[in-house]
Design a protein around this ligand. Structure first.
Ligand code: G3H
Length: 192
């Protein structure tokens, strides 16, 4: 059976500063993850050929760059657009947009950033990705936390309303193998 492999980008300099969004480079630690990724894939793989999908943002492209498989960049895999809050920390948001901060806390799935997106919006823009995934062979997706939460919820048969709380840690490769009635999951943490 075919598998779908999921990975967040390696730690970025924005991750280190606690800032959301943006188009930052990966950090030194992120770089170490990028270098370890080909071996991680080999260790939980079966030698079969993969195609690698990334977003159009630097941190995912940098993370995938040591993988020797064919690669494809998808705009639809870019991180949830945080609109006016792009580049802020959560503390900045709480201070500058207190009502929005509260509204998001109360309904994280439906809350749409000013000039940006909600998780619900992301689920809709991921429809073509999901359709393409359903008719593809082995795909490794290197993308962003919010996006992976929605893709993960889809394959694990979890209601999309729960996607904002799915656990998708950094520097961990997730391998999903869809079976007839459920999806088999393996997680491999990078030793970095
Ligand atoms: O940078 C944004 C995160 O990937 C999404 O995190 O939806 O839990 O705020 P959040």
């Amino acid at each position: 059976p075919r598998s779908i492999w999921l990975s967040r980008h390696g730690e970025s300099t924005f991750n280190l500063e606690g800032k959301i969004g943006g188009d930052a480079d990966i950090s030194e630690r992120g770089e170490a993850y990028a270098r370890s990724l080909p071996d991680l894939v080999r260790r939980c793989g079966d030698g079969r050929k993969l195609t690698v999908w990334t977003s159009t943002l630097k941190r995912t492209i940098q993370t995938a760059r040591f993988l020797t498989f064919e690669k494809l960049e998808w705009k639809a895999l870019d991180e949830l657009d945080s609109g006016v809050c792009d580049g802020l920390t959560y503390a900045d948001i709480e201070e500058q947009y207190p009502e929005d901060f509260k509204a998001r806390d109360e309904d994280k799935y439906n809350y749409r950033y000013l000039g940006g997106e909600s998780y619900r919006d992301v689920v809709i823009r991921l429809e073509p990705i999901i359709m393409e995934l359903e008719r593809s062979e082995n795909i490794l997706i290197v993308t962003h936390q919010a996006i992976l939460r929605c893709i993960y919820a889809y394959f694990m048969n979890v209601a999309q309303e729960k996607s904002p709380w799915m656990e998708v840690p950094l520097h961990t490769l997730i391998k999903l193998t869809p079976k007839a009635y459920s999806t088999h999951e393996e997680r491999l943490k990078a030793d970095i």
